[in-house]
Design a protein around this ligand. Structure first.
Ligand SMILES: CC(C)(COP(=O)(O)OP(=O)(O)OC[C@H]1O[C@@H](n2cnc3c(N)ncnc32)[C@H](O)[C@@H]1OP(=O)(O)O)[C@@H](O)C(=O)NCCC(=O)NCCS
Length: 300
């Protein structure tokens, strides 16, 4: 089908946010509904918060696609030097399957190439064959399977202290650890996490791991988290959840090949909801250590 003849891609403007947020909600809820799931985006505030947060970080790479001037979808590119992330990508359900997603992704890839990105990454729901095919058509290859799941926090009886919260002065070390283990350098994403949530640290003196955490209304989303070894990752997850109210819904993505991390999580009641694919366009060196990626911020 290729790109729709009427599709035009332009930068997102402040006046587009309400429409983008409405499309975000209906596109994801409709995609999940078609596969027998309940709605995943409760209200339009979610899409608006994401669009505003990304506009503050990368205004020139927040894009909308239009049909005869009407906004019918949006997409976000997060350039971080030689690597970049993409997402979320949403097209109005009434305009899907007509080449608008293709037009948007082609423009995102072109902008990424112009910015000198050598490794462009995204996360898609593995059950979503349309997005998998669309991304494959523009050069993305599946590199990792991710397990998407959650567990409930339980009151902790142990004596371990909560994890140390990073301060701005700790970010050099966090950025350095991610550069070393993941090949991604993204200071501004950690600054965003410090503003909107927490970055928790493991290790005294030498950093062994870091973990981003966003807590909203009974839900805690973990990631990005990175560590040198399994022990540090488990310690971070344990300490990042012990100060939460009992039965908080703790959500995270775990690479399927980290079998020992998954085995330890199953012991805490980790329940798997679905699988995702980590797709890369261009260079890819598998990450070292342990990694819990995230869908916010979507910079890899
Ligand atoms: C995924 C989504 C962005 C795709 O946008 P879209 O405008 O419907 O996609 P397009 O019509 O431009 O392109 C889809 C491509 O995948 C192909 N495709 C779709 N389903 C396919 C299948 N089962 N097998 C083979 N190819 C398939 C189409 O043929 C088309 O390829 P072409 O351009 O070479 O013809 C859109 O459906 C959406 O918003 N979904 C809900 C939210 C979502 O899932 N976002 C992605 C999050 S990772």
């Amino acid at each position: 089908m290729r790109r729709h003849a009427e599709a035009e891609v332009r930068a997102l403007e402040p006046g587009d946010v309400a429409r983008v947020a409405t499309i975000f909600r209906s596109a994801f809820n409709e995609m999940y509904r078609r596969r027998g799931f309940g709605p995943v985006v409760a209200d339009t505030a979610v899409g608006a918060v994401i669009a505003e947060a990304y506009r503050a970080l990368d205004p020139e790479h927040c894009l909308v696609v239009t049909a005869a001037g009407r906004v019918v979808g949006s997409g976000f590119l997060h350039v971080r030097g030689a690597t970049a992330g993409v997402g979320p990508i949403t097209i109005d359900p009434g305009y899907q399957g007509a080449g608008f997603g293709r037009a948007l992704m082609e423009e995102i890839c072109a902008r990424s190439d112009r910015a000198g990105v050598r490794s462009l990454r995204l996360i898609q729901d593995a059950f979503n064959e349309a997005s998998f095919c669309l991304y494959g058509r523009v050069g993305f290859v599946g590199r990792e399977t991710l397990v998407r799941g959650s567990f409930r926090s339980r009151p902790q009886l142990g004596t371990a202290a909560p994890a140390r919260r990073a301060r701005p002065s700790d970010l050099d070390q966090v950025v350095g650890l991610e550069r070393e283990l993941l090949g991604i350098e993204r200071r501004k994403d950690h600054e965003l996490l410090l503003r909107m949530g927490d970055v928790l640290l493991s290790g005294d003196g030498t950093l062994h791991g870091s973990l981003g955490r966003l807590v909203r209304g009974g839900v805690a989303v973990l990631g990005p988290a990175v560590s040198r070894d399994l022990e540090a990752m488990l310690d971070l997850i344990d300490r990042a959840t012990r100060d939460l109210p009992a039965r908080t819904d703790i959500r995270l993505l775990v690479p399927a090949r980290q079998g020992d991390l998954l085995a330890a999580l199953y012991e805490t009641g980790f329940e798997v909801h679905s699988l995702c694919t980590y797709m890369v366009r261009g260079d890819y060196t598998p990450f070292a250590g342990y990694y819990v990626p995230t869908l916010f911020p979507e910079s890899g």
